[in-house]
Design a protein around this ligand. Structure first.
Ligand code: BV8
Length: 261
């Protein structure tokens, strides 16, 4: 389990960093009540595999099924709040020179918590767009301005194509600007804090590898080791909502010791 020496070593590395990159996955939103991607889905969606639903082919084959899934998740996210893990990252941002969050999450909770520099690698399920990008990429559609229900994918008011969530599906390219900036940050950061990701989905899973190869210290926060374990320098085992606040305490203690020295 988590030990004080590891927390102190991690806090020292973060304190000394010019640039801290945080790479977050579904695990940081677990304590906000949002199930992680690989947990068995609940209820109505239990029989579906998210990786089969979050694809262009699923949407073209059965748009209403995929639409209903996103409406379900959108409602779940709308009822969720940032948890102590998200808030600890906002606190950390105030205590270090520069901190950028590179998130795989589509729930928008980092920004809602107050993180000011967030790169959304896989989009945001609170935003919707014309599936034909009829007025440029992306053609965002404000759902509040059109008639729609929970069961049927509505039509774009401009061109009639179906409306979809503004997220990156499997087999789709990540937003070019976001991907490029994420890898730049990974190459330049002194510390990469990886929080709540299984390290399975590419190309996001390569960010910690890139950071380590460029000389960064890689710190992982997760109740269990992930697929990025081979590049992790400091493993802080536990849930983000508990570990990240402890890391803030360790940062403060390190700062006090340095000032007291
Ligand atoms: C692309 C948006 C180029 C949608 C998502 C090699 C082999 C096979 C396939 C591929 C390959 N390389 C690339 C691919 C294709 C694919 C891929 O990576 N597949 C995987 C399955 C192997 N990648 C893509 O398609 C990407 N695009 O590569 O473009 C291209 C283009 C055309 C053709 C080929 C290539 C696009 C990927 C984006 C997919 N969209 N989300 C939506 O949400 O509906 S991915 C989605 O799943 C999430 O966004 C997130 O990224 C991912 C889930 O991962 P995690 O966040 O890590 O969550 P997970 O549940 O897995 O793990 C949770 C972790 O939290 C666990 O470790 C757990 O222990 C921990 N945890 C639990 N509780 C807590 C906790 N941690 C802290 N605190 C807690 N309390």
């Amino acid at each position: 389990m988590l030990s004080t020496p590891e927390l102190n070593t991690a806090a020292e590395a973060i304190s000394r960093a010019r640039l801290v990159a945080v790479s977050s996955g579904a695990g940081i939103s677990k304590e906000s009540g949002i199930p992680t991607f690989r947990e068995a889905q609940t209820g109505l969606w239990a029989r579906y595999d998210p990786e089969q639903l979050a694809t262009p082919s699923a949407f073209s084959r059965n748009p209403d099924l995929v639409w209903a899934w996103y409406m379900f998740r959108r409602d779940l996210v709308a009822q969720s709040q940032p948890n102590p893990g998200h808030h600890a990252l906002v606190e950390m941002e105030a205590r270090v020179s520069k901190l950028v969050v590179l998130t795989q999450n589509v729930d928008g909770l980092h920004r809602i918590a107050g993180s000011t520099d967030v790169v959304e690698l896989h989009g945001n399920l609170r935003r919707f767009k014309c599936s034909g990008d009829c007025r440029g990429s992306p053609t965002i559609i404000d759902l509040d301005t059109i008639e729609h229900d929970q069961e049927h994918a509505p039509a774009c008011p401009h061109c009639g194509a179906l409306i979809r969530p503004d997220v990156v599906w499997y087999g789709e390219m990540l937003p070019p600007g976001a991907l490029e900036r994420a890898f730049d940050i990974a190459k330049q950061c002194d510390v990469m804090l990886v929080v709540g990701t299984s390290g399975v989905v590419q190309p996001a899973a390569s960010l910690p590898v890139e950071a380590r190869h460029a000389g960064a210290t890689v710190i992982e926060v997760n109740p269990m080791p992930s697929q990025i374990a081979p590049v992790v320098d400091i493993f802080l085992q536990g849930p983000a909502g508990q570990v990240l606040p402890l890391l803030i305490d360790a940062l403060q203690a390190f700062r006090n010791r340095s000032l007291g020295a």
